[in-house]
Design a protein around this ligand. Structure first.
Ligand SMILES: *Cc1c(COP(=O)(O)O)cnc(C)c1O
Length: 422
């Protein structure tokens, strides 16, 4: 498509946008009395207006029914989480029995490693990506130590090539084959949080399985952002947080995926009563009999107040569908890229987009490496009603989330940026 950097053209794109009406379904912070241009939905998604209704419903049930709310609330709490299985499984490309919501992301990845990182003398290595999200690094290092192993020997990082910003698929596959029979687990972020690079998860999953390893995915930046097909790819497990692209609010619950092929296995796991046989959960039996499916990994009763906005949001995803979101995502990300390049050409901005330009390797995020101005430009944008995200040493991340950003936003952002660069 031939884009133009004009208000009129941006408005025309909005008029053609089937999702345009959803902008009004979210609440925007204001700067100088005006809604901000929000680029940080990859860090904390905006609040859907309907979320409050879902939270209020719990508060009202609690006030009026107290303990009876567990079984007689308008959405009873004892099985509140089961409402997620169907709509959430569509977001991540799974069967309903393969997903559950519980805890928060790093907690869940730790729990999943209990099941899927079972090092032996022969097979004990983990492949992850260089400079993984810090929480994942701490987790992997300490899981390795927990098994009495040395992180320096057990953790193998896939590296970027000298002078390059992104991983090459052939390097990831080569590393998997090189570690081969010593490889116990591949655990990588499906989308790199820093650059926004989307990895070919199907191919990596297959490569891991070909050498006899388990393959799991941290989908923090992927859930609600890209087309996932966890079941068909055969991924062993995955987990994601709900407060980024999934708009469920700060610290809201994480989702997990456990492939059907493991539902009847004897994988060790940590357990609690919420993973126990549903019909018999309240009989207070002495022996753990796990639910067959991802719910069998639940431990405690669920944080219902934190699930409420997530449920509101999951229903919105179900209404819109990932295909429509992805179609708009690609168009608006391309438009933002066009505007950035056009502004740079007009005023000679000294920056580069380090997110891959290949459509299959990028999603909602463009990461911009600033060679000239750094933090001052970021501060200037913040003051002028744009909320981007800053990552040391000098990267600005922009996520034009398709649910609630408009093409007009992209145009106005370009004009504000231009003022900041001259
Ligand atoms: C955001 C993010 C996390 C956050 O973990 P929490 O346990 O939710 O605090 C973890 N991993 C990655 C890759 C992330 O982007």
């Amino acid at each position: 498509m031939n884009f133009q950097n004009t208000l009129e053209f941006a408005k025309k794109l909005d008029a053609q946008d089937a999702l345009a009406k959803y902008k009004n379904e979210f609440i925007f912070p204001k700067v100088n009395g005006k809604d901000v241009i929000y680029f940080t939905g990859n860090s904390l998604g905006l609040q859907p207006k309907v979320a409050k209704t879902y939270v209020d419903e719990i508060m009202t049930n609690w006030a009026e029914l107290a303990v009876e709310g567990h079984f007689h609330g308008s959405k009873p709490w004892w099985d509140y989480q089961e409402r997620f299985a169907d709509p959430l499984s569509k977001v991540v490309g799974a069967k309903p029995s393969e997903v559950a919501v519980m805890n928060t992301l790093t907690v869940n990845l730790n729990l999943l490693m209990v099941s899927f990182y079972r090092p032996t003398k022969q097979r004990f290595k983990i492949i992850c990506e260089e400079k993984a999200f810090p929480s994942d690094q701490y987790m992997i290092q300490n899981q390795v130590r927990h098994h009495g192993l040395n992180p320096e020997e057990a953790i193998v990082e896939v590296k970027r090539r000298e002078g390059e910003h992104n991983f090459r698929m052939e390097d990831i596959i080569a590393k998997i084959n090189e570690v081969g029979e010593e490889l116990a687990l591949v655990l990588i972020g499906g989308i790199n949080y820093y650059t926004g690079q989307v990895l070919d998860m199907a191919t990596i999953t297959k490569a891991g399985h070909d050498v006899g390893a388990y393959v799991g995915w941290d989908l923090a930046h992927a859930a609600g952002n890209i087309k996932l097909e966890l079941h068909n790819w055969g991924a062993d497990f995955a987990a994601w947080c709900s407060y980024k692209y999934m708009n469920a609010g700060p610290g809201s619950a994480s989702g997990i995926f456990i492939h059907e092929k493991h539902h009847n296995s004897n994988l060790p796991r940590f357990a609690g009563w919420w993973g126990h046989n549903k019909e018999r959960r309240f009989l207070m039996e002495p022996t753990f009999d796990p639910v067959k499916g991802a719910e069998g990994w639940q431990i405690s009763n669920l944080p219902i107040l934190s699930l409420a906005p997530y449920l509101a949001s999951v229903y919105m995803f179900d209404e819109v569908g990932m295909d429509a979101l992805i179609e708009k995502r690609d168009k608006i990300t391309s438009y933002l890229e066009f505007i950035l390049k056009d502004i740079a050409a007009q005023v000679g901005g000294d920056f580069e987009i380090i997110t891959p330009s290949e459509p299959e390797q990028r999603a909602s995020q463009l990461s911009i490496l600033l060679h000239g101005q750094g933090r001052e430009l970021f501060n200037y944008l913040m003051k002028n009603g744009v909320i981007p995200d800053w990552r040391e040493p000098n990267v600005i991340r922009l996520a034009p989330v398709p649910f609630y950003t408009s093409f007009e936003d992209m145009y106005h952002f370009g004009q504000i940026l231009k003022q900041g660069l001259v």
